[in-house]
Write a new protein. Structure first.
Length: 348
């Protein structure tokens, strides 16, 4: 019998169901560690269940968000340090949910690759579980897709889906007014935006990922892979304390594009660029890409990962609360009449 006449199996076509099953078993303990009130079942079902009443909600409104890691993933794959991009994936979703006033409740991930390597995939998903646990968010399901011919050898892609809830009437932004104070929460680095430009700067500099980082201790790749900061627990504490009118997650588009998303029509913002020091990674990137200040502020977070819009009479107390929650807080400006973001001072 010729090979053409022999039976084929799914594994011979490049899809290993046994490897997928092994991955599910491997990650069950990590997922279990993220259980919170409302979690109803473990991994393995056709769908995942969550009990809103058990989570403490009487009249909830659901809020959903989805995102990925972007081309930061390329650095993780190329360096082999994939364990922390799962934190980035969670952060990009749950930091958006909190800006709507919602508490993140549960998370699902999508991991797609040409050939499933259980250890690598497990490291990624364990990072996702770490991010979920730090955000009070249950990892209740996901999908692992092995798709031969769709990805280059060694490559994979990630997407995340988060659902949160708030009591009806609790949506943000709400009550933003002229004179409100802008509290900037420090970022942990580049977070997960602008990495196509980051990679161009590294290429232009002729550096490898294992070269010493010009702006930090240790290798360049590891420094750039610093995970996106999770703001959920501190932001929730501020919300529950009262006086928060809005939250803006500073992602792609920087302060210039993201802050106006929480400002009502007819209101803008003034930001004092002298209120914080530009972290070294952004100075290095600006020099390497020859970015002017306006382009820097529209491309990267420039050291501010979240802006909290607060009532003036609550600014000091909320700043102290956020510091107690582990944040580095800068009073960066105020809400004004007009449109858009206006800057004074210089970062560069």
């Amino acid at each position: 019998m010729t090979d053409a006449n022999k039976g084929l199996t799914y594994a011979q076509a490049g899809v290993d169901i046994d490897a997928g099953n092994a991955l599910v078993e491997r990650i069950k303990p990590a997922a279990k560690r993220t259980a919170r009130p409302g979690t109803m079942a473990g991994l393995g079902g056709f769908g995942a269940l969550f009990d809103l009443k058990a989570a403490g909600y009487d009249d909830p409104v659901l809020v959903a968000a989805t995102d990925g890691v972007g081309t930061k993933l390329r650095i993780a794959i190329d360096t082999g340090h994939v364990g922390q991009v799962g934190i980035d994936l969670v952060a990009m979703c749950v930091n958006d949910l909190i800006c709507q006033g919602a508490e993140p409740l549960f998370f699902l991930d999508y991991f797609a690759t040409g050939k499933l390597h259980v250890e690598e995939a497990a490291a990624v998903i364990e990072g996702i579980a770490e991010g979920c646990a730090a955000s009070g968010c249950a990892l209740i399901g996901g999908e692992t897709a092995e798709m031969p011919g769709m990805y280059h050898a060694g490559d994979f892609d990630l997407a995340g889906f988060a659902v949160g809830a708030m009591e009806r009437g609790g949506a943000l932004p709400a009550g933003v007014a002229e004179g409100d104070v802008l509290l900037g929460l420090a970022s942990s680095g580049v977070h997960s935006n602008g990495f196509s430009l980051v990679r161009k700067v590294v290429e232009r500099a002729g550096l490898g990922w294992d070269a010493p980082a010009p702006f930090a201790q240790g290798p360049l790749g590891a420094a750039l892979l610093t995970p996106t900061k999770l703001y959920v627990t501190s932001a929730l504490a501020a919300l529950r304390s009262g006086g928060v009118h809005g939250l803006a997650h500073i992602t792609g588009g920087g302060l210039t594009e993201n802050l106006p998303r929480v400002l009502p029509e007819g209101l803008g913002a003034e930001i004092d660029l002298g209120a914080w020091e530009l972290p070294g990674v952004f100075r290095w990137l600006a020099e390497g890409a020859q970015l002017d200040q306006a382009e820097l502020l529209k491309t990267f977070n420039a050291g501010i990962g979240m802006v909290v819009v607060v009532a003036p009479d609550r600014a000091e107390a909320l700043s102290d609360l956020l510091v107690a929650e582990g944040e580095t807080v800068h009073r960066i400006g105020r809400v004004t009449a007009g449109q858009g973001v206006r800057y004074s001072g210089r970062l560069l």
